[in-house]
Design a protein around this ligand. Structure first.
Ligand code: PEP
Ligand code: MN
Length: 270
């Protein structure tokens, strides 16, 4: 299973705030994450919401995201929701030279396959862009595999593709369970095997509460997954989205130890 983002059999760690809120916020994250040898920084520009709320800085934040990460030798990552955004991102990335790489992902709420194909098609024209797709919110392996098929059918290079498991919505109106979303690691394992594509676990969106993030990582460690995407915020209590699940920078450092100790080797990405 070769992937251009992870040529060796190391774990890939994507970390950063749920959403980009300001240059200051991103600077604080970058400083700490870079020191921890994290190479891919998430800070989403777009925030599709279950109920109305803050929707992110949008393309207005694009230059902040690119400047603060690329100037530090890091790879920026954001969700992308449609073709127009994908085009804008490609154009902006070009300004940063031929070596500038970026990771974009299709989120769990973005389940119009025509839009998924359009995004994949536009992005397939740029070999510096990696694409990740999350599982949809409801539990159905056929649909999850279908997203993969749509992306590949649109011509996106398999070697630049990643899959992310963020759990499935609990099918209840009242949320009595401990976690925000329910992981199905067995299903994620089957999807990884069938697609022969890297599988990244998102413990933040599964846990929903920062105190449970470590627990989810430990559960995932029973499987041979390829990495984690973890939400980290310099001031989680005042975050504009997902404030209960984002780790503080200090908590992230602690959490990272669970991963590095388990791997028993230093994490080197790229
Ligand atoms: C996110 O990663 O911030 C996000 C919105 O995730 P999901 O699509 O899994 O809800
Ligand atoms: Mn989030």
């Amino acid at each position: 299973m070769t992937n251009l983002l992870l040529p060796n059999s190391e774990k890939l760690i994507i970390a950063g705030p749920c959403a980009l809120e300001s240059r200051e916020q991103l600077k604080k994250c970058v400083e700490k994450l870079k020191a921890l040898n994290i190479k891919i920084i998430r800070a989403s520009l777009f925030k599709p919401r279950t109920t109305p709320g803050w929707e992110g800085l949008g393309c207005e934040g694009l230059n902040i995201l690119l400047e603060e990460t690329l100037s530090n030798g890091l790879i920026p990552a954001t969700e992308v929701m449609n073709e127009i955004q994908a085009k804008q991102i490609i154009e902006a990335l070009k300004q940063y030279g031929d070596d500038a790489k970026m990771l974009l992902w299709i989120g769990s709420r973005n389940q119009n396959h025509l839009e998924q194909q359009k995004i994949a098609k536009i992005l397939s024209k740029n070999e510096n862009i990696f694409l990740m797709f999350k599982n949809q919110m409801w539990k159905d392996i056929r649909h999850w595999l279908g997203i993969y098929e749509h992306i590949i059918a649109a011509g996106f290079l398999k070697e630049s593709l990643l899959i992310c498991h963020r759990g499935f919505s609990p099918n209840t109106i009242f949320n009595f369970q401990k976690y925000r979303n329910l992981a199905d690691f067995e299903m994620a394992k089957r999807v990884k095997e069938k697609t022969k594509t890297l599988m990244i676990i998102d413990p933040s969106h599964i846990a929903g509460y920062r105190k449970n993030v470590k627990e989810i990582i430990k559960q995932a460690q029973k499987y041979d997954f390829d990495g984690y995407m973890i939400e980290v915020h310099p001031d989680p209590e005042n975050a504009k989205s997902d404030r209960e699940q984002q780790l503080s920078l200090k908590e992230f450092e602690e959490t990272l130890k669970i991963i590095t100790n388990f791997e028993k080797k230093e994490i080197k990405i790229l």
